[in-house]
Design a protein around this ligand. Structure first.
Ligand SMILES: Nc1ncnc2c1ncn2[C@@H]1O[C@H](COP(=O)(O)OP(=O)(O)OP(=O)(O)O)[C@@H](O)[C@H]1O
Ligand SMILES: [Mg+2]
Length: 268
């Protein structure tokens, strides 16, 4: 039943048009993410991964196709309802953190709540918001860096701050677009470990774009964008490292590709 599915998209198509030039990017994407799942999206540069995230996250609209979330269609909502959904259900993490340079780490984390509330209600709720931001900063391991400006933080610390900011609205679904793309390998691994904890302990569903196959293989499932479509999933599941999807279904039981094969299939 559709009402019980967490999020799915069917026949998503998106063409960017600028002057007389049109760039078809998504040509009929079908995909789904289950509640509690940690899904990776891979694909060559320019294959439309960020475009897909923008559509799923209600930051942009598809030309054709539908997106359903928790029993309702969301791609055709009014701008106001999409804003509400983004603020209350979704969180976003990007490769370049997008922190405001003049605000402290803690203040950056509080921004979504400030935007959400009117000046009046902020007077009443500001200290509650601050407390929650402090709790989240501690959760991401930055209790000792709360008053630092972004330029006084390392890349990993900036990304942790961005993760805390993404969590402040208590999202059910987190979109992470190359969250480790700007970090060294060890720091990247730590960030993914943090995402994994959020997924496993706090039951946050995560869709993560990555170019790093090792990192993708640490998630529940991988989908790959090729030529505007999702490549047939049964073909590309890597070793599952004992991970079981939250719905209890093992990824492709019986399909255990050797690593080299995986690398070739994912085109990485
Ligand atoms: N706003 C836009 N206007 C015009 N073309 C765009 C726009 N955004 C993206 N594109 C084009 O659409 C294609 C897909 O872009 P997208 O950013 O989704 O790719 P990607 O898979 O995320 O790539 P990368 O791995 O490099 O981040 C690219 O060819 C890009 O140039
Ligand atoms: Mg991208």
């Amino acid at each position: 039943m559709d009402e019980n599915r967490f999020m799915f998209a069917s026949n998503l198509q998106k063409t960017y048009r600028k002057n007389a030039i049109s760039t078809p990017v998504l040509k009929g994407v079908d995909m789904e993410v289950a509640e509690g799942e940690f899904l990776s999206v891979v694909g060559a540069s320019g294959s439309g991964k960020s475009t897909l995230m923008h559509l799923l996250g209600s930051l942009d609209k598809p030309d054709v196709g539908e997106i359903h979330y928790r029993g309702r269609r969301i791609d055709n909502l009014s701008a106001e309802k999409r804003d509400y959904l983004r603020n209350h259900d979704f969180g976003f993490i990007f490769q370049f953190y997008h922190l405001l340079p003049e605000l402290s780490a803690l203040e950056n984390v509080m921004i979504p709540l400030m935007i959400r509330s009117s000046a009046f209600s902020w007077l009443g709720n500001g200290s509650k918001a601050r407390k929650r931001a402090v709790t989240l900063m501690e959760k991401v391991g930055l209790g000792h860096r709360m008053n630092h400006l972004p330029k006084e933080l390392s890349g990993g610390e900036m990304q942790r701050t961005a993760i805390a900011r993404a969590l402040i609205g208590n999202p059910a679904l987190l979109f992470a677009d190359e969250p480790t793309g700007n970090l060294d390998e060890d720091t990247g691994r730590e960030i993914v470990e943090l995402l994994r904890e959020l997924n496993e302990i706090d039951n946050v569903t995560i869709i993560m774009v990555t170019h790093n196959l090792e990192i993708a293989r640490g998630t529940h499932r991988i989908i790959k964008l090729v030529a505007g479509h999702v490549e047939a999933p049964a073909e590309q599941q890597p070793e599952i490292f004992g991970l079981v999807r939250p719905d209890g279904i093992e990824n492709n039981p019986g399909v255990q590709n050797p690593p080299d094969d995986t690398r070739r299939q994912a085109g990485l």
